[in-house]
Design a protein around this ligand. Structure first.
Ligand code: DSN
Length: 478
């Protein structure tokens, strides 16, 4: 395909949008400029391919398609069936999964589908069997009341938030925490690593219905074989949320004990992080959970987004190409080079390094909170996000950490030498930023001081670093 075609496609699209609401066209153009000019180190972001982006902008968006392939609650879904079946087939082949459900709109949705599939399988189905009825509408009022209490009285064991777990793994501010009685496993305070003996002990004491593996801010591999053994030993269903590292699984960087798919009963993911697809979610599962997973819509999901499923099919086809494995390996090489660069300059990293796509800097060593560091870096053209560190004294809002990840810069083509230069920029900003005080003289967790001319200089250096690696090089909007 000619590179001109990509440019023409996006320019024409913007022309059509501009004729209706020019401010939207301007914002789309401005977003491209911003993404091109900043050093994007948000561990959960990436740049999808032009083909993936274009697959989302079309009339598939107009179609309702509740149900699953070949079994819809709406007529006229033959073309949606084509793209949904293709996306599911690519997902199954890519991950070696028995079943793939590609309708979830996000990671939260994928997790909700998974939780309710497990609850339906482990709690609802036995209750229906016991009452000798086929479906919930046939239960007596008393049996329905009892079942609802049972569904709302189950336990989940997942990784604690400050150790890198995710809000959707049973934490109170999220719906999962209101559904489940939740306990967490943390990490070893000395090493920052998961202590599997402690997880086994917590599982024995708590006896969860679901043991959750997976994280959004843990910079190491997880041994899913051991977690499955722990789940089996207490009769728990083992679920893994691989949203952050799905690209490393797809690219065969994580194999054997570190690939969750053969070990977990059910695996959830987003499609837009290291996997580099459109914003969305997905569930992979063992055959025994497939029927329940396929009930995701309308159980917890609104109507599927056929345009996004089309884009998932495109992105998953891209991830099946041999060069994706090379990309995935480069993500990790880059993260390790970034970690080395930071360590050699004196930064403190949670766990002392990384095995995956992310690095977690404990910025308290620079005398800053995560919030101060995040803003100072942003002033300097470096986009990161603040994140808790284990046993974080500053809580989840101010935090003591900065999470940085390499999937996006690796997509642009930056390599290990440039990661060392990136480490230099980050370290310079953090050493030159000072925590400031509130107007009453008390220490502020948000205010900071950084010489604006230094911030400008770093931002120019960041742009120079990116210049040899243009983002969407074929796309010229002017
Ligand atoms: N927002 C994603 C992340 O940044 O990790 C997950 O919620």
């Amino acid at each position: 395909m000619s590179r001109n075609a990509e440019s023409t496609a996006f320019r024409s699209a913007l022309e059509v949008i501009r004729a209706v609401e020019p401010r939207v066209a301007d914002a789309i153009g401005a977003e491209l400029t911003d993404q091109r000019e900043s050093l994007k180190l948000i561990a959960s972001e990436n740049y999808a391919s032009p083909a993936t982006l274009l697959a989302m902008g079309n009339w598939f968006s107009d179609k309702y398609a509740e149900g699953t392939v070949g079994r819809r609650f709406y007529a006229g879904c033959q073309n949606v069936d084509t793209v949904e079946a293709l996306a599911a087939e690519h997902a199954r082949e890519l991950f070696g999964a028995a079943h793939a459900y590609v309708q979830p709109h996000s990671g939260i949705d994928a997790n909700l589908v998974a939780f309710w599939a497990v609850l339906a399988d482990r709690v609802e189905s036995p209750a229906l069997k016991k009452a000798q009825v086929r479906q919930v509408n046939d239960l007596t009022e008393a049996d329905w009341f009892a079942l609802r209490r049972e569904l709302g009285n189950q336990r989940m064991l997942g990784m604690s938030l400050d150790a890198g777990g995710h809000l959707t793994h049973g934490f109170r501010p999220n719906i999962s925490g209101k559904m489940f009685d939740q306990r967490s496993y943390g990490t070893d305070p000395a090493t920052g690593l998961i202590d599997y003996d402690r997880v086994a002990e917590a599982a024995r004491e708590f006896k969860p219905l679901i043991l959750v593996g997976g994280y959004s801010a843990y910079p190491r591999k997880v041994n899913f074989r051991i977690l499955r053994e722990i789940a089996d030993s207490v009769g728990a269903t083992f679920m893994v949320d691989m949203a952050h590292f799905a690209g490393l699984v797809a690219g065969k960087v994580f194999t054997g004990d570190f690939d969750p798919v053969p070990h977990a009963h059910i695996v959830t993911t987003t499609t837009h992080k290291s996997l580099r697809g459109p914003r969305g979610g997905m569930v992979l599962c063992q055959p025994e959970l497939a029927d329940q997973v396929d009930r995701g819509c309308p159980m917890v999901l609104g109507g599927p987004l056929p345009h996004v499923m089309a884009a998932k099919a495109v992105a998953l086809a891209e991830a099946r190409r041999p060069d994706f494995a090379d990309y995935a390996q480069r993500i990790v090489d880059n993260a390790q080079a970034l970690a080395e660069g930071l360590l050699s300059r004196g930064a403190t990293l949670v766990t002392g390094g990384t095995d995956n796509h992310l690095v977690l800097i404990d910025v308290s060593g620079y005398g800053l909170t995560g919030r101060q560091a995040e803003q100072a870096l942003l002033d300097s053209g470096i986009v990161t996000n603040r994140n808790s560190v284990p046993q974080d004294p500053n809580g989840a809002w101010y935090t003591s950490g900065i999470r940085i990840g390499t999937p996006a810069l690796t997509t642009r083509g930056l390599g290990t030498a440039e990661m060392d230069q990136t480490a230099e920029l980050i370290h310079t900003v953090l050493t030159q930023t000072t925590a400031a005080a509130n107007s009453d003289g008390t220490p502020s967790k948000a205010k900071y001081a950084l010489d604006p001319s230094l911030a400008d200089k770093i931002a120019r250096q960041a742009t120079d670093l990116l210049a040899p690696h243009p983002l969407y090089p074929a796309i010229n909007l002017t």
